[in-house]
Design a protein around this ligand. Structure first.
Ligand code: NAP
Ligand code: GDD
Length: 324
């Protein structure tokens, strides 16, 4: 039975990837960092079927011990300080986890077992102030936040370890992907959660920043399949993963409120607190190479994603589940 180790298993993507790998017959190990409160809500339903092991991207020795103990065939590095807005408030911490953390993990692999296959969670934020549209594997990077800069470092160190040490290491340049398990601070989930609260009479307004920003939004469940396909490709190659469609925050708002029978203009207040020092105005990816070489295609449409998220948030509140 192949064994995969996932960093960031408590996050959105980690939980979907763990489910996917279990269904493929993998033994799944998840790295978790110490926190004072349990944050396993996204993996509660599979906790009996996976092994959790302590570790932190900031702690090199913990990574070496973890690999020595579990001896995985594949490592998926999904852990990161992943919220762009926070990266301006905590730029050095973001660099430690999201940039240098990748080197620590690659070095641990090099030391313990260079045969381990490695996946790095690269991001469309690396394209930032885009120099080409749509963005593809050959588009130059122009990051617009400390997070984006850190991801560029993580991307290039993965390329470098592949070229320097012959590691089977790949980066997936994934565009935004969402789900009912998305963190409440990201704009899609912030909207769908608040739509559900407004619909159920629990709230009256939604405060947002820039409504004109455009993103290429897909479904996280589709994107974790691309990670696995990439790692199991015969050659280690980097791919863009995206839907090829772009929509504004306002379009997302419109669909989400409409789905609940509401008009967003009655509830949305623009709040400068949610504006960013430097914005990424437009992202839209070209995943032609992934389609051609990996056979990967997104399954969930933009409208389907918005509806899925609104419905899940309404149900969660109706069932009395505390939203997280
Ligand atoms: P997420 O929900 O924010 O999850 C991040 C995970 O990283 C959590 O499990 C978190 O653990 C863990 N983590 C953070 N710092 C850590 C550290 N120092 N040591 C160990 N674990 C740490 O993010 P996501 O949306 O699933 O994204 C997964 C990865 O893909 C991230 O690297 C993100 O930057 C990247 N990415 C995401 C998207 C997207 O649209 N979702 C697009 C492109 C790239 P705790 O639960 O303990 O906080
Ligand atoms: N979070 C948030 N909150 N964003 C807002 C708000 C708000 O109140 N109002 C407007 N926005 C705009 C942001 O300015 C941004 O242009 C857009 O909505 C999307 O913001 P986020 O959902 O926070 O995601 P992101 O695009 O910055 O980053 C996500 O996608 C990246 C891939 O492109 C994260 O998942 C990153 O980890 C990921 O790498």
């Amino acid at each position: 039975m192949p064994k995969a180790l996932i960093t960031g298993i408590t996050g959105q993507d980690g939980s979907y990837l763990a489910e996917f790998l279990l269904a493929q017959g993998y033994e799944v190990v998840g790295m978790v960092r110490r926190s004072s409160t349990i944050n396993f809500h996204r993996i509660e339903h599979i906790q009996e079927r996976i092994t959790l092991t302590p570790g932190d991207l900031l702690d090199q020795v913990s990574l070496i011990h973890m690999l020595e103990e579990h001896r995985p065939d594949e490592v998926y590095n999904l852990a990161a300080q992943s919220f762009v807005q926070t990266s301006w408030a905590q730029p050095v911490f973001t660099g430690e986890a999201t940039a240098l953390g990748v080197t620590r993990l690659l070095d641990a692999i090099r030391i313990v077992d260079p045969q381990i296959r490695f996946y790095q969670a690269s991001s469309s934020e690396m394209f930032g102030k885009v120099v080409e549209t749509p963005q593809r594997e050959t588009t130059p990077f122009y990051p617009r936040s400390p997070y984006g800069v850190a991801k560029v470092y993580g991307h290039w160190i993965t390329v470098n370890y592949r070229e320097s040490y012959g590691l089977h290491a790949v980066s997936g340049i994934l565009f935004n992907h969402e789900s009912p398990r998305r963190g409440l601070e990201f704009v899609t989930r912030k909207i769908t959660h608040q739509v559900a609260r407004i619909k159920l009479g629990l709230s009256r307004e939604l405060r947002l920043g820039n409504l004109d920003a455009r993103r290429d939004w897909g479904f996280a469940g589709d994107y974790v399949k691309a990670m696995w396909t990439m790692v199991n490709h015969d050659r280690p190659v980097d791919y863009v993963i995206a839907t090829g469609e772009t929509h504004s925050v306002e379009e997302f708002l419109n669909l989400a409120f409409n789905h609940a029978g509401l008009d967003w203009r009655d509830y949305v207040v623009q709040d400068p607190r949610f504006m960013r020092p430097a914005e990424v105005d437009l992202l839209v990816g070209d995943a032609t190479k992934a389609g051609r070489e990996l056979g990967w295609e997104p399954q969930v449409t933009f409208a389907g994603l918005v509806q899925m998220m609104v419905d899940a948030d309404v149900k969660m509140l109706q069932d009395g589940v505390t939203p997280v």
